[in-house]
Design a protein around this ligand. Structure first.
Ligand code: HEM
Length: 450
């Protein structure tokens, strides 16, 4: 993008530890690192991370907007995400760029139409009620792990067409393979060396490919409502379709994209609702009213009428973004807010930081779902002040899927249980890859009489 004023050069990055740069600082407390960068340099700052010192950190909604809107097509996803987790999720939609990305996105959009979402929601309800029936209330119930199992069951139903096709042991192995792939993001040794995270991730990826390849012919043969089958049969408006390899690559990425993100959102919501009983009661009253009106398997439009749950979801995504940063690489020389960015620079785009900036939010650290109410709409302070689903051409394609899954699960949870969390509890987060509470997020859980 051309400007008339001379561009500022990026200063050299402060020295971090050899090999890992400041990755450990990020893992310990991402917000503290963001603040330090912002206070020291402003929205565009130099950084050294995971074996490279040619990173730039983009903070604040203006800088986030430049990278995500990508008006001059200077920023690419593929090389950046590939560096972090490429061998494990590569060739998923998020890893593709420009014309190829557009082609695949046009096809995949057909898997997320409103009619399709309605089918997925229909398949979620039995998975949720069966899963919740196995929850055993206790004073230190590990909500995060229970939710992770439950969202995997939901994925089995909506993505795979139900557990009839697969055994519980097989799905358990699939889950372990996903965890191995996700955890590889934090690997220090980024090569296939035995006993390392990277090695386990590669093994996990091979297993996932075998798994999806085994079931693919059956899905090609018969069209059903699950996402796997849908990917085998959809076409863009111009009649383009996915190859077998595409279907497998997209399934592996989609399972990852959907699973951890929804689990983190739900566990944050459980924490905040446990700490704010008046909000829990308000959400429950809406859920009970809906259940009385339409029963316990509401469709998409009915779920969308649960406005308090929606406010709580938005506020939870603001306070704890499941994807706190997204990555890009400059594929040509460019600039961000007056700073020259040379070709090949990697960028960390700090979505989470903008969501907690005092310039855009009142009392940003406070849980206050009403800030998203029609009267206040604080998220309108800047287009990129709230961007947990990203923005631009790579904006999350599963955003409405995620919203319906989280709302459906919360609806059942509120009807079946009540829970509390100590108001002073602060979740100890593991930030090595996507954030999650290291202590499994204990809540005091009680079953409600129906
Ligand atoms: C609360 C849950 C979720 C959050 C916070 C979330 C967040 C994100 C973000 C930030 C991106 C953009 C990445 C980038 O710009 O590089 C993204 C992309 C994507 N997400 Fe999600 N996601 C969630 C759930 C889901 C679900 C449930 C699905 C699928 C069922 C999904 C599918 C995708 C896909 C396909 C992309 C790539 C889009 C593209 O590159 O064109 N996500 N997500």
């Amino acid at each position: 993008m051309a400007t008339s004023t001379p561009l500022r050069e990026l200063p050299p990055p402060p020295k971090g530890l050899p090999l890992i740069g400041r990755s450990l600082e990020y893992a310990r407390d991402p917000m503290a690192l963001f603040r330090k960068q912002w206070d020291g340099y402003g929205p565009v700052s130099p950084m050294s991370l995971v074996g490279k010192d040619t990173w730039v950190m983009l903070l604040g909604p203006d800088a986030v907007e430049v990278a995500l809107r990508n008006a001059d097509k200077a920023w690419a996803n593929g090389p950046a995400w590939t560096y972090l987790v490429g061998p494990f999720f590569g060739r998923g939609l998020m890893f593709l760029d420009f014309d190829e990305h557009l082609l695949h996105r046009r096809i995949m959009q057909q898997a997320f139409t409103r009619d399709r979402l309605e089918n997925y929601v229909g398949a979620m309800h039995p998975a949720i009620t069966n899963g919740l029936a196995t929850w055993t209330p206790k004073p230190d119930f590990q909500a995060y792990w229970a939710l992770k199992d439950l969202t995997l069951d939901i994925a089995t139903n909506t993505f795979m067409g139900g557990a009839d096709h697969t055994s519980a042991a097989e799905m358990e192995q699939v889950n372990r393979s996903f965890i191995a792939c996700v955890q590889s993001a934090a690997a220090i040794v980024r090569a296939d060396v035995p006993f390392t995270r990277w090695h386990r991730g590669l093994k996990g990826r091979r297993h996932l490919e075998e798994f999806f390849n085994t079931y693919l012919p059956e899905r090609r043969a018969t069209a059903t409502d699950d996402l796997f089958s849908v990917l085998c049969h959809i076409e863009s408006e111009d009649g383009e379709r996915f190859s077998d390899r595409d279907v497998v690559n997209h399934m592996i990425f989609l399972m990852m994209a959907a699973h951890d993100t929804s689990t983190i959102t739900l566990s944050s919501m459980m924490q905040f609702l446990g700490q704010h009983p008046q909000w829990q009661q308000r959400c429950r009253a809406e859920a009970e009213e809906l259940a009385a009106r339409v029963g316990t398997a509401p469709g998409l439009a009915d779920l969308e009428s649960l406005t308090s749950i929606d406010l709580v979801m938005k506020e939870s995504l603001r306070l704890r973004a499941p994807v706190p940063v997204v990555l890009r690489q400059a594929v040509k020389d460019t600039e961000v807010l007056g700073t020259r960015i040379p070709k090949d620079t990697f960028a960390i785009v700090g979505v989470q930081y903008a969501q907690l900036m005092e310039e855009y939010w009142t009392d940003p650290e406070t849980f206050d779902p009403e800030r998203f109410s029609p009267e206040r709409r604080e998220d309108r302070s800047h287009r990129y002040a709230w961007a947990p689903f990203g923005g631009g051409v790579h904006k999350c394609l599963g955003m409405f899927f995620a919203g319906s899954e989280v709302t459906a699960l919360m609806f059942h949870l509120l009807l079946d249980f009540e829970w509390s969390v100590d108001p002073s509890y602060v979740a100890p987060m593991n930030n090595h890859s996507l954030p999650f509470p290291k202590d499994g997020q204990p809540v005091e859980l009680r079953r409600r009489p129906r």
